[in-house]
Design a binder for this molecule. Structure first.
Ligand code: HEM
Length: 133
């Protein structure tokens, strides 16, 4: 079993060492330094962090040399039961654009009035240029 975990800005990869023990321990890999060099790209690694990444890892069919490389990033073990099988996506907070607290009503009114004013000016110009020609 493989799992990835992100702790602060550190990307951790967790891989099962012994499935037969009562307390299933998983190996944890810190792949932070490997993000840029990973042949499969950093995005897949990051998407597999913070959870059990066993399936993600196995689905790719990593070579034996890829498996050998993992020792380099091994940092410790974690109890499987504490590792989520899925990570919950938390959308980043949207910045608050209406900083000056202009009332929503005024904004809506302006959104309606400004095009009308532009149209009025255009019609006025057209009317004026036509009549003076
Ligand atoms: C410490 C953990 C990992 C190591 C050392 C590692 C290493 C490698 C290496 C050496 C390759 C080149 C192909 C090969 O030799 O098999 C590779 C490819 C790849 N890896 Fe990983 N990988 C790790 C974790 C992961 C995880 C968790 C995922 C999935 C979320 C992943 C997805 C991929 C993908 C998509 C490719 C590209 C396969 C291709 O285009 O043929 N890897 N990885």
């Amino acid at each position: 079993m493989i799992a990835l975990a992100v702790k602060a800005s550190v990307a951790l990869d967790i891989i099962n060492s012994s499935a037969s023990t009562h307390l299933s321990l998983n190996k944890v890999y810190d792949v932070t330094k490997f993000l840029e060099d990973h042949p499969g790209g950093d995005e897949v690694l990051l998407s597999a962090t913070g959870k059990d990444a066993s399936d993600d890892f196995e689905d790719v069919g990593h070579s034996s040399s890829a498996r050998a490389m993992m020792d380099e990033f091994y940092v410790g073990d974690v109890d499987t039961t504490t590792v989520p099988t899925k990570t919950q996506y938390i959308a980043p907070k949207q910045p608050h654009y209406n900083q000056d607290k202009t009332s929503e009503f005024v904004i809506k009114l302006l959104q309606f009035l400004v095009p009308l004013v532009i149209l009025g000016v255009a019609v006025g110009i057209r009317f004026y240029t036509k009549s003076s020609a």
